[in-house]
Design a protein around this ligand. Structure first.
Ligand code: G4F
Length: 335
């Protein structure tokens, strides 16, 4: 049975990847921070399944800023594949906490690479890189050759980690890959990301639980896909003969305004009555025209996104609607 280790297993991507790997017959090990609350998390359904948890799914407490405990887990688990998804992933927040963002995302990745270098045999390594490394790109759409030009602390940290993965691949012969992922969403997305915030608000307003939706820049555009499609590509990347970097994207740009219109259309409401601008959600600087060219992933991995933008936003809004209808007083949690 192949063994996989996932950092960030309790997140959106970690939970989908866990399901995928369990389906493929892997034994899955996840790293969780001591502060993580497992109750009501995205892994709840697996955690409470006694045929899975403790049999084929295992969770370990460790922190990337505490290399000794982390190394101990690595030695004990001896994974064949490592999927490194952990890190502070909110761009807006990275302006407020740049040092801890860089420590977790940039230095955390380097520490992990250093630990892997000492393992024999060295496991295959996937790093969740981001379109934020491109910032203000001179090339549209962006591909694996597009130069890094990050414009926020998060993008800088990801650019550092992405380059380090390349350095370790070339220098130490590590099977290490960067998945340069454009925005990917789902009903399991954190509530402080714009798609989930909008879909939840549309459902909540429909049910009379909320009056308005406050947003920052609604003209901002992104290349949005479904997270389930993206974790499939992560696995494919580690099954290739040679390690390479791949852009994972849909190739289609949509604005925040498009998300609003799709979500409110799903619940049959006129968004004009509810949308309010709020400068608290504006960022000091916005990346420009981040849209990916995933031709290499299509050609080499035979990967392409399957879920369209409209299907994604409709699914997210419908899930919020059915969840909130059953749990009207619920706190933020995965729908
Ligand atoms: O949903 P967002 O916060 O995602 P963002 O900044 O694009 O970052 C996400 O995708 C990256 C690429 O994959 C990842 F690397 C990163 O970790 C994260 O997953 O914001 C999307 C856009 C931005 O332009 C933002 O300014 O929506 C705009 N926006 C407008 N009003 C808002 C809001 N964003 C948030 N979160 N909240 C608002 O009220």
């Amino acid at each position: 049975m192949r063994r996989a280790l996932i950092t960030g297993i309790t997140g959106q991507d970690g939970s989908y990847l866990t399901e995928l790997l369990l389906d493929k017959g892997y034994q899955v090990h996840g790293i969780v921070r001591r502060t993580s609350t497992l109750g009501r998390s995205r892994l709840d359904h697996l955690y409470h399944d006694t045929t899975i948890y403790g049999q084929r799914l295992f969770l370990h407490y460790a922190e990337l800023d505490d290399p000794t405990t982390f190394r101990r887990v690595l030695i004990k688990v001896a994974p064949d594949e490592i999927y490194h998804l952990a890190g502070q992933s909110h761009v807006g927040l990275s302006f407020e906490i740049p040092e801890s963002t860089c420590d977790m995302t940039a230095m955390g990745t380097l520490r992990l690479l250093e630990m892997i270098r000492d393992l024999k045999p060295m496991p295959r390594f996937f790093h969740a890189s981001s379109s934020e490394i491109f910032g203000t790109p001179t090339i549209v759409p962006q591909d694996e050759q597009t130069p890094c030009a990050p414009i926020n602390p998060y993008g800088c940290a990801k650019a550092f980690a992405t380059h380090m993965v390349g350095v370790y691949r070339r220098t130490f012969d590590l099977f290490a890959c960067n998945g340069i992922m454009f925005n990917h969403e789902s009903p399991r997305r954190g509530e402080n990301f714009v798609t989930r915030k909008i879909c939840r608000a549309a459902a909540s307003i429909k049910l009379g639980l909320q009056n308005d939706l406050f947003l920052g820049d609604t003209t901002a555009q992104r290349d949005w896909g479904h997270a389930r499609d993206y974790v499939r590509a992560m696995w494919l990347m580690l099954q290739q003969e040679k390690p390479e970097d791949f852009v994972l994207a849909t190739g289609q740009l949509h604005s925040v305004q498009d998300v609003v219109e799709q979500a409110f259309a799903t619940v049959g409401l006129d968004w004009r009555q509810y949308l309010k601008k709020d400068s608290r959600f504006l960022r000091p600087i916005e990346p420009q025209r981040l849209v990916g060219n995933a031709s290499k992933a299509k050609c080499v991995l035979n990967w392409t996104h399957e879920v369209t933008f409209a299907e994604l936003i409709t699914e997210m809004t419908e899930r919020e609607l059915s969840f909130l209808a059953k749990n009207p007083r619920s706190e933020a949690q995965a729908a």
